[in-house]
Design a protein around this ligand. Sequence first.
Ligand SMILES: [Zn+2]
Length: 426
Amino acid sequence: MPDEIRVHRWVAVALIALLQAACGGAPSPPVAASLAPAAPAAAPPIAAPAAPIRETTRTVVLGDTLERIFRDEGLAPGELAALRADPELRRRIDRIVPGDELRLRIDDGRLLTFERRLSATETLRAARAPDGSLRSEVRIDPLERGLRTTGAVIEGSLFQSTDLAGISDATAFKIAEIFRWDIDFVLDIRPGDRFDLTYETLSQDGVPVGDGELLAVQFINRGEAYRAVRWTAPGGTPDYFTPDGRSLRKAFLRAPLEFSRVSSRFNLYRRHPILNRMRAHRGVDYAAPIGTPVRAAGGGRVAFVGVKGGYGNVIEIVHRGGIRTVYGHLSRFSRGLRAGTVVEQGRVIGHVGMTGLATGPHLHYEYLQNGAHKDPQKVPLPKAAPVPARHMAAFRAHADPLWAGLDGVSAARVAPAQTAASSKAL
Ligand SMILES: [Zn+2]
């Protein structure tokens, strides 16, 4: 990032000038000397014995302490104490972790400035004041958010097309995630399918740093249009909804774990493999390695966590609409999970095992509606909650301009693989 480096250099030059003015320092400015080490593989630094100001960036490694870093950098013994004298400053520097970057400017064993990045948008900076104390400030370098509306016609896979349209993989994953209940992005995609979307772009000092939220998207699969807009009900969590306010999500995952195979189906007339007598199999068995994460199939409240007969370690969750799900033979439960815990759909609740009556590692999964066992592989899964009627007006006011934006970019597209983009501040 040459621009950034240039900015920092200018800041450094200005600060040196200021500090020298303040300290009544040497008349010959040491600017050349301080810049020389940063010049690209340049001539050896110009000898400037009068002003050996040094700038260094240290990346914290395992086992580093501020004491060690200050000693390594040749700082005088009192300098760390001076930095720690301000309790607020002390709080912000005392815990350093591997990967942290510390930028120091040192004048003959004396600390001139100390910088530490606190977050993506905040930098702590301490500088020597004219009275010799170190004064600190936190600089805010906010993320700039923009909007991008674009789209493309699919020629290969979704990811090839998003690549061509300059859309990040992270955003492409979101498209696939949002529509995964309706579209199989491996099997259902056809050349000529198309998509349009509006998403946030993030930058800092004019440099792009990634994509923000995906705000609205439409996908036309084999002539059928699917639309989703991101919206958060007052006091709720963000979700994606169709134009008429229905959730894109089902309220339940079809299977509560990935990367598994069905080893025993729902069967009310099965001979039990261990007991060797007729005993209904009121769930589905998913064979998977011990330790495979098991997820809550739907949002709800944990009703039971513990050991129960042939189930071994088992979790039961109650959901809206009289539905209950059961997860048996677990090797262990997720930390902190107990009766009464509210879980969201997809949260890891435990891990595959073979506790209880089990011949091998698998998850035994049951789905009950009003107390009756249903086949988890076949039961029609209810949709997640729609936009509440009382919030429909607010939802439409939020969504309508986003739909209009997608219509605009879709209409502007005249040929395959051509994209149209627009950008405006939020
Ligand atoms: Zn089973």
